[in-house]
Design a protein around this ligand. Structure first.
Ligand SMILES: NC(=O)c1ccc[n+]([C@@H]2O[C@H](COP(=O)([O-])OP(=O)(O)OC[C@H]3O[C@@H](n4cnc5c(N)ncnc54)[C@H](OP(=O)(O)O)[C@@H]3O)[C@@H](O)[C@H]2O)c1
Length: 351
């Protein structure tokens, strides 16, 4: 050590400005990175004897949320579409949490039949459901359709979760106080509901479709809160931040190489899946939210907080395609009816 002290001292004395600049930049980057990482859920709430169902929990922030719920003592159901990946994730969740009560169930949100099958299974085999976390999502995929012919992002991110939640409401009510947490996105802010072309068949754009589906998550959370008033089932929507997960699997490969290279340094500034799961965990367990419902949360600087979602702005400054003259409240209700009607009509046609 003594060996290095002298040359280091000499180097610092010869280059005081350079050393100071490197130190300030380093500390600045560290603080900025920490700031971007956002708030952490500090609640110590235990979930012993409670059941949590998380969709899309085999990877990303869903898996991290599952580890946290299991550490708090809950029975955790990973509802996933790929049983191989789901079983491997369940092993990891059990190992990391030390809780063996973690099970896997099949759910493909791109199939209404699969959603119904899972809901039936849960109703028949589970005594309670305390927290439903609608986490699974697909972003900016090509113009694909679900098994039932709906545009993929709208079908998976909104319609599948809409049906699942509605089918599980009785169990949630029976287990009250219980919560429905929907992982939306900041992307909802630029969203519009295309009532005149809900599947975006006339002019498909992967980003517009993602934004629409995430806005639908927020509107659903709002309307569900109204419908569930007095039941002690509360609802929450959230933006988890920008996180390094597999969500970009359809988006990044579509970019030219030079753009992908440009994006690479930015990965230093995005959240880890554990950091990204904090807002979901906060909405799922934080005691202070027990009496609030229908709101939208995100991490602001170092804390997680409820922020005004875009429902107000979206209604005043962004015309909703197809129904321009409806008020804010009526648009939310209209969206709920539309989702219900789409699924109901589909059931009649296919039965
Ligand atoms: N990452 C971000 O920066 C970010 C930002 C804002 C919002 N979000 C939201 O956060 C949520 C979680 O995303 P993530 O970042 O953790 O992404 P991820 O790593 O890609 O995880 C998405 C999960 O959803 C599942 N999934 C996709 N399609 C499904 C289907 N048809 N049926 C059932 N499960 C399906 C995936 O299963 P497979 O592995 O089998 O495909 C995976 O388990 C999403 O709702 C996303 O929109 C993420």
């Amino acid at each position: 050590m003594q060996h290095y002290t002298k040359p280091v001292k000499e180097f610092v004395e010869e280059h005081p400005t350079g050393v100071a600049a490197v130190l300030v930049t380093g500390v600045g980057l560290f603080v900025f990175r920490r700031w971007l990482a956002g708030g952490v859920c500090r609640s110590k709430a235990r979930l012993d004897g409670k059941t949590v169902l998380i969709t899309g929990a085999n990877t990303g922030i869903g898996k991290e949320t599952a580890v946290d719920m299991a550490k708090r003592g809950a029975r955790v159901i990973l509802a996933c579409r790929d049983m191989g990946r789901a079983n491997r994730a369940a092993d990891e969740v059990r190992k990391r949490s030390g809780n063996g009560n973690v099970i896997v169930k099949m759910l493909d949100l791109a199939s209404l039949q699969s959603v119904r099958a899972l809901a039936k299974d849960v109703q028949q085999t589970e005594e309670r459901l305390d927290i439903l976390i609608n986490n699974a999502g697909i972003m900016m995929c090509p113009q694909w359709k679900t098994e039932d012919g709906f545009e993929m992002q709208f079908g998976v991110n909104h319609l599948g979760h809409f049906l699942l939640t509605n089918l599980l409401l009785d169990l949630l009510k029976k287990s009250a106080p219980s919560r429905v947490v929907s992982v939306s996105s900041l992307a909802h802010e630029k969203g519009q509901i295309h009532f005149d072309d809900i599947n975006l068949e006339k002019n498909y754009d992967p980003l517009i479709s993602y934004q629409q589906s995430k806005l639908a998550n927020v509107l659903f959370t709002r309307e569900l809160a109204v419908r569930l008033k007095g039941t002690e089932v509360t609802t929450y929507a959230l933006h988890p931040g920008v996180i390094h997960t597999e969500l970009g699997r359809h988006f990044f490969p579509s970019l030219p190489l030079w753009k992908r290279l440009l994006f690479m340094p930015l990965f230093f500034f995005v959240k880890t899946p554990w950091q990204g799961a904090q807002t979901t965990i906060y909405c799922a367990v934080n005691e202070s939210l027990q009496n609030t419902s229908g709101l939208y949360y995100r991490s602001v600087a170092f804390s997680i907080t409820c922020v005004k979602c875009n429902v107000v702005r979206f209604c005043s400054s962004r015309p909703v395609r197809g129904v321009h003259k409806l008020s804010k409240v009526r648009i939310i209700i209209y969206m709920h009816h539309l989702s219900h009607d789409i699924i109901y009509c589909h059931q009649i046609v296919t039965s």
